[in-house]
Design a binder for this molecule. Structure first.
Ligand SMILES: [Fe+2]
Ligand SMILES: [Fe+2]
Length: 286
């Protein structure tokens, strides 16, 4: 939920971005993990990619309402964006903080980005945070336009506060780590954070790039980690071993939330720090 955390002395805010929210186990992880996130990081807002919310693929208005009630302030989406068409009016509604990927066809329905206005803090100017996702072109099922050009185009339409850059979070929804890193370096110093999603596995490379953009190749998923990226292992292994089409089912067990907390200097729009989040932590057997 939006929090009135103190910014009066530092002009620092903290934004938590969570990776792909995966089915019912993802919601379970979210409900159990959000209290920990709030007590540990005191975020000013929490946003997640929720492309896998409907049993692993897509999202519906009812599920969107449910996770908003659970405590999410906004939602980005990926290649599963249109798996359930009931989401279309929601994507078209300018008042709802949910957007489709920003580099689909010009005829694709839905907003390309959204903004969240943080609750004002006494003595401080209002703070707006912008979010959008961008699909990769390497190894993705849904055709997409040039991620770099699309990001530049969206950024050109985002207004800058006077004397500084806007606070912008980019969800790099891509398969290839190199493509995610390339987008992050292209946008270094221009956006606040480039955070990877889609591969569902948290990477150990969270850092602030030289220009001040926070980056992590993949922030992981919120869902069942006793699985193959959210799916029951048995049919996935059988499919890979036999090549015969096999319906996948949701995995279960090992529910965790995963994401990143980015500390932002409001006066510059740049990231001060990034900390990856996995909760509960993995058991390394040590
Ligand atoms: Fe996903
Ligand atoms: Fe995806």
């Amino acid at each position: 939920m939006l929090m009135n955390a103190a910014t009066s002395t530092s002009q620092l805010i903290r934004i938590v971005f969570l990776g792909d929210l995966n089915g019912g186990p993802g919601r379970t992880a979210l409900r159990h993990g959000l209290p920990h996130v709030h007590s540990t990081y005191s975020p000013h807002c929490v946003v997640a990619n929720a492309e896998n919310l409907k049993n692993g693929s897509g999202i519906t208005p009812d599920l969107y309402a449910a996770i908003r009630k659970d405590g999410l302030d906004g939602v980005t989406l990926g290649d599963h964006v249109y798996r359930d068409r009931k989401v279309l009016p929601l994507l078209e509604n300018p008042a709802e903080p949910i957007s489709r990927p920003g580099n689909l066809s010009e005829h694709a329905p839905g907003k390309r980005f959204f903004r969240i206005e943080l609750p004002s803090t006494p003595g401080e100017p209002p703070v707006t945070v912008w979010f959008f996702s961008i699909l990769g072109r390497v190894g993705m099922g849904l055709p997409a336009n040039d991620p770099f050009a699309a990001a530049d185009e969206i950024l050109a339409s985002i207004p800058s506060p006077s004397n500084t850059r806007p606070i912008v979070f980019v969800d790099a929804h891509m398969e290839a780590t190199a493509e995610k890193a390339a987008l992050a370096h292209h946008l270094d110093g221009i956006v606040t954070a480039v955070l990877g999603t889609h591969t569902h596995i948290p990477t150990a490379d969270a850092r602030v790039l030289p220009g001040g953009t926070a980056f992590q190749s993949d922030v992981g998923m919120c869902g069942p980690y006793d699985s193959i990226i959210g799916r029951d292992p048995e049919p996935v292994v059988r499919h890979m071993r036999t090549s015969v089409h096999t319906p996948y089912t949701m995995g279960q067990g090992g529910e965790r939330i995963s994401g990143a907390c980015v500390e932002v200097d409001v006066s510059t729009g740049r990231a001060r720090s990034i900390r990856s989040i996995v909760y509960p932590e993995f058991d390394n057997g040590i």
